[in-house]
Design a protein around this ligand. Structure first.
Ligand code: PRX
Length: 666
């Protein structure tokens, strides 16, 4: 663990702009004032379990009511509502039948090419029912794992909901990951079936998915997989393995749309989602059913103040946690109409998001700082894609997620997209959290650009030192959540020991959740500001990448690479950029040759992990800077990556000349 960055306190102090919630929004908001927020916090503080029991009864339909709220007998393996039973899909779909939501649009789908289709709650339920029956017909049973490798389509959401309906645990893999990544996840999860598409459409291009699944399965170790179901997104032919592969059409033929939802225990694993940690191997974050769906629905109402006539749009992909909680589950559980978008923000041009907000009269818009920054740049250089060309008056709330939002991007978003009338909810959370944990509430919280403000009621977030001792406001430290919450990670699939070690360090008592981020609280307001990861995890365009994961990929090119070290460096556009320092098995290349080998290594990493993991900079040295005991001096590498003057003691370096080599960007 490295110490959180210094200098953060000053930037909190200089940021003194405050934006109170608009009175008109507060007047109708679900949480309409700081007093209302504080009353909820006080309720949670005075009767923690009673508070969550009330929320769980209010937001979740139970087929068997729970009698126990929180089991803390074996920390950190906390259990919530554990003798209760429910079905998550029924909580998203069936419960709306017979209400005004039944015939409301659940999804407005806009395809990559701009074609729009709608699906009501009733129709979605029928689609999910038929697909759930198709899964059962292929032998999928409660507790089985199903891997989903799908484009951003209604079918992807149907696949997830259908798994939930029959109690199968899904593991969605982002469509940008490589065959190797799919192979590793199939093996770790022991998946019995894969749901994929022949191709995905992104930015006008047809990109393969099924062919990557074929490659993944051919790599071996995937004997658990019996069937592959293929959504034919395009007309293009795909390679069919007889006896194993079925098109959606074949799998769905003759299936009834009625499929009774299977009640599961509240702690039943709804999904596993792999995410990067500080070791080479991604972690299978396991989420439960009851606490998770409670959080997904409740935060739709708290954080987004969802009202019945809102049109909600979260631009994430279902391959990430944001797409799980705020596309596949939360909006449906809350009965929202949501926009689902297949494509990319820059196709056919960088006005796509603004055009879609106008076209669908979006009222709540939730996106990532990286997208905002790239669209600012596009608008600055081409007036035709400036948001002022579209009518964005339908918007009432904006959201940000995935990485710190710099105050400049915040202000642009606030002025140019929100017309200075829409609060921005800067939501801090992680794959492991299940949903928002520190965030403003739009009708209550005065906003400060760059701050995720205050924890949700019932979330006990603190800044501590390395021993777990709370630090005074104004002092940067380690962010922890010191009480369990219903939607928290339950374990790492197949690796409870790693779960304990990674998130609940013994030095802090073994039951306090370590977020992995540094943060500082404002001396006066107590507002939180996230200062970035304190472990070996990078955040590149809001995507989490482990430095060790990229290093392992580089050194697995055994014919070329002897050693590699990866660090992050700040980047104006992507937040952080990946910088790799490489020692080759042959002499150090320079000039054109260095460029060419760097390209070869980038392509290799794309093949091993996925294009998002490609290092931006690759530098070559005869060696890496190491301490006398042989540890790589990463802090030194971080300084070199940033182009900073070296202030660290380098007297122990065997060969100080390598510092010049590693500074060479060829
Ligand atoms: O570093 C924090 C950053 O993203 C990390 C979690 O990444 P992931 O599990 O992929 O989930 C992203 C979407 C929920 C965190 O440890 N992060 C996320 N949201 C914010 C943030 N950093 C600052 N501000 C945020 N609002």
């Amino acid at each position: 663990m490295t110490a959180p960055a210094q200098g953060t306190i000053e930037s909190v102090l200089v940021e003194n702009r405050v934006f109170p919630p608009p009175a008109s929004l507060s007047a109708t908001a679900r949480v309409g004032s700081m007093e209302a927020y504080q009353a909820l916090c006080a309720e949670a503080e005075s009767d923690f379990e009673g508070f969550w029991a009330n929320r769980a009864r209010e937001h979740v339909q139970w087929t068997k009511p729970f009698t126990e709220v929180l089991d803390q007998s074996t920390p950190p393996f906390f259990k919530w509502f554990q003798d209760g039973e429910l079905n998550v899909s029924a909580n998203c779909l069936d419960k709306h039948i017979g209400t005004p939501v039944e015939n409301k649009n659940a999804i407005i789908f806009e395809a990559d090419d701009g074609q729009v289709s709608q699906i009501t709650y009733r129709e979605l339920l029928d689609r999910v029912g038929a697909f759930a029956n198709a899964l059962k017909a292929q032998g999928v049973q409660k507790g089985d794992r199903v891997l989903i490798y799908m484009p951003m389509t209604v079918e992807g959401i149907v696949a997830m909901q259908a798994c939930a309906r029959i109690g199968a645990t899904h593991s969605v893999v982002f469509g940008g990951f490589s065959a190797k990544a799919v192979n590793e996840r199939v093996i770790d999860a022991g998946a019995v079936l894969i749901i994929t598409a022949n191709f995905q459409m992104r930015g006008g291009k047809e990109l393969p998915l099924k062919a990557i699944v074929d490659d993944a399965l051919a790599m071996g170790g995937c004997d658990t997989v019996k069937k592959v179901l293929v959504y034919e997104r395009t007309q293009t032919a795909w390679n069919k393995v007889e006896g194993r592969d079925l098109s959606f059409g074949e799998a769905l033929a003759g299936q009834s749309k009625d499929c009774a939802p299977v009640p599961v225990n509240a702690e039943h694993p709804l999904f596993i989602l792999y995410t990067s940690g500080s070791t080479g191997k991604p972690k299978g974050v396991q989420h439960a059913s009851g606490g998770y769906i409670l959080w997904a629905k409740m935060t739709m109402e708290w954080t987004f103040d969802l009202q019945s006539n809102d049109v909600f749009w979260c631009t994430a992909d279902i391959g990430w946690i944001t797409g799980h909680t705020y596309i596949a589950y939360g909006p449906l559980a809350a009965g929202a109409t949501q926009v689902v978008f297949e494509g990319v923000p820059t196709f056919p041009n960088a006005g796509r998001f603004w055009q879609m907000i106008e076209r669908h009269r979006v009222s709540i818009f939730y996106t990532a700082p990286t997208a905002i920054r790239s669209l600012i740049k596009a608008a600055d250089s081409d007036d035709k894609v400036h948001p002022r060309n579209w009518d964005l008056s339908s918007l009432r709330i904006l959201g940000s997620v995935g990485e710190p939002i710099n105050p400049e991007a915040w202000m642009w978003y606030y002025r140019n997209i929100g017309g200075e009338r829409c609060p921005i909810v800067d939501t801090f959370w992680q794959t492991e959290n299940g949903g928002h944990v520190i965030t403003p509430l739009p009708g209550a919280t005065p906003l400060v650009p760059g701050s995720c403000t205050l924890p949700l009621p019932g979330i006990v977030a603190q800044i501590v030192d390395e021993t777990g001792k709370e630090l005074p406001n104004g002092t940067g430290g380690i962010l922890v959540i010191s009480k369990p919450w219903p939607s928290m990670i339950r374990t790492i699939w197949n690796d409870p020991e790693r779960f304990k070690k990674a998130y609940f360090p013994e030095e802090m008592g073994g039951s306090i959740y370590l977020a992995g981020d540094g943060a500082v609280r404002d001396a006066k307001t107590g507002y939180f500001r996230i200062t970035g990861r304190i472990d070996d995890v990078l955040n590149v365009s809001g995507h989490r990448m482990g430095t060790m994961e990229i290093e392992s990929a580089l050194v697995s090119k055994t014919d070329l690479v002897a050693e590699a070290a990866v660090v992050g460096r700040p980047d104006d556009m992507t937040g952080e950029a990946i910088c790799a320092f490489v020692v080759l098995k042959r002499s150090r290349p320079t000039g054109e040759e260095a460029k060419q080998i760097a390209k070869e290594l980038r392509d290799w990493v794309a093949k091993e992990i996925g294009p998002i993991a490609k290092p931006k900079d690759i530098r070559f040295g005869d060696n890496l800077p190491k301490t006398r005991s042989g540890k790589i001096m990463r802090r030194l590498l971080r300084s070199i990556a940033k182009g900073e003057a070296i202030t660290q003691d380098t007297s122990t370096l065997e060969n100080p000349a390598i510092l010049d080599q590693l500074s060479d960007t060829h």
